[in-house]
Design a protein around this ligand. Sequence first.
Ligand SMILES: Cc1cc2nc3c(=O)[nH]c(=O)nc-3n(C[C@H](O)[C@H](O)[C@H](O)COP(=O)(O)OP(=O)(O)OC[C@H]3O[C@@H](n4cnc5c(N)ncnc54)[C@H](O)[C@@H]3O)c2cc1C
Length: 376
Amino acid sequence: MNKQDKLSVVVVGAGIIGASIAYHLSLRRNITVTVLERDEPGSGASDHSFAWLNSFGKDPRSYHHFNRRSMELWHRFAHNLEADVGFHCGGELRWENTAEGAEALQQRIRQLQAWGYLCRLITIDELRRLEPGLSPDLVTAASLSEADGQVDPSKVIDACLKRACERGATVHSQTPVTGLCLGKKRIEAVKTPKTEINCDMVVLASGVNTTELAAMAGVDIPQQESPGIVIRTDPRPPVLHTISALHAPAIDANRAGIHLRQCTDGTLRIGQGTQQSLNQDDSQEHANDLLNRATHYLPTLAGARAIPVPVGYRPMPLDGLPVLGFSEAAPNLYIALMHSGVTLAPLAGELVTLEIADGACVETLQPYRPERFCRR
Ligand SMILES: Cc1cc2nc3c(=O)[nH]c(=O)nc-3n(C[C@H](O)[C@H](O)[C@H](O)COP(=O)(O)OP(=O)(O)OC[C@H]3O[C@@H](n4cnc5c(N)ncnc54)[C@H](O)[C@@H]3O)c2cc1C
């Protein structure tokens, strides 16, 4: 503890997870928060995200419920940030155009309903009523997941850091953490190119770089490489009127289906395949192709401009599940690494704060402890 008996916590990384943790920690009077960001806040995976708030494809059931709980927190989180963070909860619409696709969708909806997820199969008439601008061709099955939503991660990050700074936190951009000063099984300070910063605790919310930083303290956090592409368009008049996110099937055997959403500024985000699909093609041609596929189903997009975005790398723990908790090798080092971090940001912020500020041991986090990788 420092002179004022305040716990000083350094958060490494200002993506949506680090920003949410910093914001939630800053709500506690007994904590001093310092955020160190290598580049600019939001320049990692959060800036490349499709940012669909969902628990559609999340397995097993415990992980599905974990995401569900965070989805439910988004209303309060967005409200408390007192800023426009692009939060819209209009649901997710999808359809299939093959018999196999219909079978898989019907099965998934049955499973999700058994878990109590607010989703259902819908008729083609309902699909048309929800989104009159859609021209879906053949529909073999369609569904609506009513509780799904979307946000603008960069606005969330800005709002979190603004609120945290109002409560005394400090944020240093262009400040990479280059080393950890280890005492007796504890981290005493973090090193940056210019200085060393003393601290009581360190939170690694450094996305894909978490692995190399954790290794400096002897903690093994393996990840798999998971590149993805979500392109943008120029601002368009509303093409979607109700829903937050759309998944459309493949038009032909050679090209995967797409997912698409429209942001509050009118620009669109378009990716291909599922939320986990691997893709590294950041060319203008590929961006044009994604937009063409979207225009096939949403003809009012004709004339839109496709803006390619460099490949983004999802923070992706080896088993696909979040890593949240203190590490045995360095007990004042807290790891916060996860895919679906946009969905999970409010819950991660709240639970990490309970563990750091109150010394709680949150049972819900037991499946996600870093130690599971020591047993490999
Ligand atoms: C293509 C794609 C689509 C996605 N779609 C969705 C989706 O639809 N829904 C969803 O919920 N999630 C989605 N995700 C996942 C989600 O975006 C991420 O889980 C989330 O953004 C992770 O946030 P983060 O703060 O942990 O990491 P990041 O946003 O990567 O932030 C980490 C920060 O740490 C900084 N940093 C790294 N090393 C250091 C260092 N040494 N010193 C200081 N700072 C450092 C980086 O510069 C970066 O700003 C998607 C991701 C991608 C890439």
